[in-house]
Design a protein. Structure first.
Length: 415
């Protein structure tokens, strides 16, 4: 077994593997076989896969009341290129002039220490952090008005910088086990599907204020937040989404929108797509988990993910239905029980091969062919039951008994 964490980045992997039910159901590689972001191809199915990290997600109802996209900065030093006598290089923080001293023996750590001390003088020690090659600083109110560098600073120091964004929420936010890898997302909805408009990585969190780096997208007043913490778990996802063709549903789904073509001798082929919207409904997920395995298969439920607490999350294979026009002179044919709970207008003949249950008005502008029983509001029509047919305008066309099997029963249409 390949341990991907010990491998050199390979970029593209040719992969062929037997299908193991419950493990890699459709022949996708195992998470331990490829690196994160690496592409693998199954040489038998021609499907492409990659691996991504999974997250625990928490949503909150607090709204953004204000934000500042220049609350502070992160300065990162990559290298120094100065081998002359001592010199002084100028730069500014918050509009205040600062001096950086360099000589031929200066190290990156020396530069970091000087920038850190300069930042502390501007925003205070509690808002400044540093590591081996970067300094992070921010203000708790207002903007860091400027961060500028002299031509010598740019000439002798290989560096880059990015802003720190401060976000004020409507009330204190209780994040869940936040750390330096926590991602904060901004969206509008509080439940169900939440479309992300902006993301940033957490630097610090103090009651209702969030300080973020690596921000992309946008944030607006009124947006709500979600928190994502990376799990020590990875997910294989399909890239090219070529439909799987097989007689039964795939044992393990990979991502929302995946396709599967049902192909078996007993019935016409159908195209299914993976609907993961039910994964947000915790009550519905609990119901699915109580089903036995055969019932889940019959209901087209399929494992998509886990919630990180030992519970599986299920999606649903849903059919894209197009009835066949071949093999029938009467047009579209619906096989099985038909239950209609609203008004239906049919502009042609209707052929039902099975029971038909109507719970509201039905208008048929053509012949009605039913090979089995007809029910209306749960009542079965028998030879003594009156049957009324009206057109779409509500005028009575036929009013009488549905079946005539006895001379004492009036013919249909006779009152």
């Amino acid at each position: 077994m390949i341990d991907s964490d010990t491998q050199v980045q390979r970029g593209f992997v040719q992969h062929r593997r037997s299908r193991i039910s419950g493990v890699n159901g459709e022949g996708q590689p195992l998470a331990s076989q490829i690196l994160e972001g690496e592409i693998a191809i199954n040489l038998e199915t021609r499907k492409l896969y990659t691996k991504r990290q999974m997250f625990d997600t928490y949503t909150f109802g607090q709204t953004v009341t204000s934000f500042d996209e220049d609350a502070g900065f992160i300065i990162t030093i990559n290298d120094l290129d100065f081998d002359s006598d001592i010199t002084t290089i100028g730069y500014t923080i918050n509009g205040s002039s600062k001096s950086l001293v360099l000589d031929s023996d200066s190290l990156i750590s020396d530069v970091i220490s000087q920038i850190k001390n300069a930042a502390i003088a501007e925003v205070g020690a509690s808002q400044v952090t540093s590591n081996a090659n970067s300094v992070t600083f921010y203000k708790t109110t207002g903007s860091s008005s400027s961060l500028t560098f002299s031509s010598d600073f740019v000439r002798y120091i290989d560096f880059f910088y990015q802003p720190v964004i401060r976000v004020e929420m409507s009330s204190a936010v209780a994040l869940n086990s936040s750390n330096a890898s926590t991602i904060i997302e901004f969206d509008l909805a509080t439940t169900g599907f939440r479309r992300t408009f902006g993301t940033g990585r957490l630097i610090s969190h103090v009651t209702s204020k969030l300080y973020l780096k690596d921000f992309s997208g946008r944030v607006e007043i009124g947006y709500k937040i979600a928190q994502r913490n990376p799990r020590d778990e990875y997910q294989i996802i399909e890239i090219n989404n070529i439909p799987t063709i097989k007689p039964t549903a795939p044992e393990k789904a990979l991502a929302a929108g995946n396709f599967w073509i049902q192909n078996r001798d007993s019935e016409s082929g159908k195209l299914y797509w993976l609907d993961t919207s039910i994964m947000d409904d915790s009550d519905f997920q609990d119901v699915i988990r109580t089903m036995d395995s055969d019932e889940r298969v019959s209901k087209n439920a399929v494992v998509v993910d886990s919630d990180g607490d030992g519970n599986l999350l299920y999606g649903e294979w849903r059919a894209l239905i197009s009835t066949s026009l071949l093999g029938s002179d009467s047009g579209n044919t619906f096989e099985g029980n038909v239950i209609i709970e609203g008004n239906v207008t049919i502009d042609s003949d209707l052929l039902v091969k099975g029971d038909a249950t109507f719970e509201n008005d039905v208008y048929i502008r053509g012949d009605l062919h039913v090979d089995s029983d007809i029910y209306a509001f749960g009542h079965r029509f028998e030879d003594t039951t009156r049957f009324t047919v009206k057109n779409a305008a509500g005028s009575t066309i036929i009013s009488g008994h549905l079946l005539q099997e006895d001379a004492d029963v009036p013919k249909p249409g006779n009152n």
